[in-house]
Design a protein around this ligand. Structure first.
Ligand code: KIV
Length: 285
């Protein structure tokens, strides 16, 4: 059971910038140390995202992670007892087969420590969203560039660039709000569309690559700290150089070992005089 964060789902639900709310901050975290950092940095929400597949586990897409994987990472985040709402991401195939399976899978993430779940998709997901809500589990929606649909979308492409697609997305957003989602992630859409959806809804929007007018922002932890340095999507701003700093630290350690300079007296356990003497005599008798 994770601890109850100071911020609540009703607080998030009511955080609209047009009503004077401060923009919401969400970051991903997949383990206890990053959850501690996120909590210390006073974020509102920690998303245990299925991006763990690509960022941490080395897969080429998010389709490879299972409910077991997501529960494992959610539990690690929850054990850090962060003062933030933990959002468990429902992985591909955890809400596509049957309503019963969906509710059980959502419950597994809650039992692992999530306070709510997020799932990708528009109005065709409403029956499963309603069933999860019926089990008293708050749901965050996610539309736009939904990585679990990357094969259908032909890759990780910005969505809603055409008029018809944009209008359809606004309608999908409306329906997800009406179904009871407490917030909506908007990923990879033009900034004007991000603003229009945000203006249309009474629940907050949390953007990633959706421009500066959404009610909050989310980024992947490893992108923020610069630990992910292979590829920088346009929407990412790096606030650290963690990869370079970590290479420098491990290189310095490695050089010290090779020069015989690590460990030194400060990193060694001292021996009692009688042990020094006994070890000195050992083998000499
Ligand atoms: O898994 C994830 O990190 C996400 C964010 C990109 C919103 O779903």
């Amino acid at each position: 059971m994770s601890q109850k964060p100071t911020k609540t789902i009703p607080f998030i639900r009511s955080s609209k910038r047009r009503e004077g709310a401060v923009p919401l901050v969400m970051v991903t975290a997949y383990d206890a140390p990053s959850a501690r950092v996120a909590s210390e940095a006073d974020v509102d929400l920690i998303l245990v995202g299925d991006s763990v597949a690509m960022v941490v586990l080395g897969y080429a897409d998010t389709l490879q992670v299972t409910v077991d994987d997501m529960a494992h990472h959610t539990a690690a985040v929850a054990r850090a007892k962060p003062d933030a709402i933990i959002v468990g991401d429902m992985p591909w195939m955890s809400f596509h087969v049957s309503i019963e399976d969906t509710v059980r899978n959502a419950a597994r993430l809650v039992r692992a420590g999530a306070h709510c779940v997020k799932l990708e998709g528009g109005s065709k997901r409403i029956p499963v969203i309603e069933a999860i809500l019926d089990a008293e589990i708050p749901v965050m929606g996610h539309i736009g560039l939904t990585p679990q649909s990357s094969n259908v979308m032909g890759g990780f492409r910005v969505q809603g660039r055409e008029v018809q697609a944009a209008l359809e997305m606004i309608e999908e957003a409306r329906q997800l709000e009406a179904a009871g989602c407490f917030a909506l992630v908007l990923e990879g859409i033009p900034d004007q569309l991000g603003r229009q959806i945000t203006d249309t809804l009474s629940i907050p929007t949390i953007g990633i690559g959706a421009g500066g007018d959404t009610d909050g922002q989310v980024l992947v932890y490893h992108d923020i700290i610069g630990l992910e340095n292979r590829f920088k999507p346009k929407f990412v701003r790096r606030y650290g150089t963690a990869f370079d700093q970590q290479v420098a630290a491990v290189t310095a350690y490695s050089q010290d070992v090779r020069k015989g300079e690590f460990p030194g007296p400060d990193e060694s356990y001292t021996t009692k005089d009688e042990l020094t003497e006994a070890l000195g005599l050992y083998g000499k008798q």
